[in-house]
Design a protein around this ligand. Structure first.
Ligand code: Z5A
Length: 211
């Protein structure tokens, strides 16, 4: 089995920037990997992403429907992309996964975590990421990094309170499982952030697949 690495955090913390770094680093180590994202990662899952992020004003997307779409897209992504890659021994580097559902739909939208756990067990079975790297930044600083962006999607338009709840859930989940979760202070200069990520990846190369 390959290793499954997930990058998480509120918007603007530097996930895309550091996905690029991870890809370059794995390439340099000659590790066979794929890079993917959620919601999305397959043509059908990308259509579900479009519904979730760009559902129009004519009808409010219900929070349960939002959560179920996240897991519908995840089921498709797992079947088509993630599981086959891991089984072929490839590393999978994914921009967000089910921790985002706990953080955004659980923390942000107040859906009970027991419901999310039910879907997680159903859709993923025993599969959990080998490493969840949470890039952590206070909400105001994350907002400052993305303030020049136009055309914000449905979720990006949420309030600072919403993103503070999201951040709190990420940090709580990391505290509950310090072996698989790594909180990286994304306020540091990029070089320091990437040194920490490199250490996490190096440690993963010598550990067995998580159960
Ligand atoms: N979502 C959900 O609700 N439930 C789920 O289950 C899943 C997802 C899976 C997908 O968005 C949305 O779906 C997301 C959660 C929801 N909504 N929100 N919000 P996404 O993941 O595709 O996009 P995003 O979260 O909006 O990410 P982003 O805006 O693309 O941000 P980012 O990738 O984390 O940041 P970046 O673009 O790499 O960096 C932002 C800027 O900061 C950029 O100018 C960088 O050059 C700069 N930067 C980065 N690092 C540093 C450091 N260290 N110092 C200074 N400046 C830096």
């Amino acid at each position: 089995m390959g290793k499954f690495i997930v990058l998480e955090g509120i918007e603007g913390v530097g996930k895309t920037t550091n996905m690029d770094f991870i890809a370059r680093y794995l390439k340099r180590l000659a590790i066979d990997y794929i890079r993917t994202r959620e919601p999305g990662g397959t043509p059908l899952a990308e259509k579900m992403r479009d519904i979730v992020l760009h559902a129009g004003d004519e009808e409010r997307l219900n929070s349960d429907a939002e959560l179920l779409l996240m897991f519908a897209a995840r089921a498709q992504h797992l079947a088509q992309v993630i599981n086959p890659a891991l089984q072929a021994g490839k590393w999978v580097v994914c921009d967000r996964f089910s921790d985002a559902s706990y953080a955004y739909q659980g923390g942000g939208r107040h859906i009970e975590s027991t419901r999310i756990a039910l879907l997680e067990n159903w859709v993923q079975g025993m599969l959990r990421p080998d490493a969840v790297i949470i890039l952590d930044l206070p909400v105001e600083l994350a907002f400052a990094r993305t303030k020049t962006r136009k055309n914000q999607d449905r979720i990006e338009q949420e309030s600072a309170d919403f993103f503070n709840r999201v951040r709190t859930v990420y940090l709580a989940r990391a505290k509950e499982n310090p072996i698989r979760y790594h909180v990286v202070n994304a306020e540091q200069p990029l070089q320091a952030v990437q040194n920490e990520i490199k250490t996490i990846l190096d440690a993963l190369r010598v550990t067995r697949h998580a159960t």
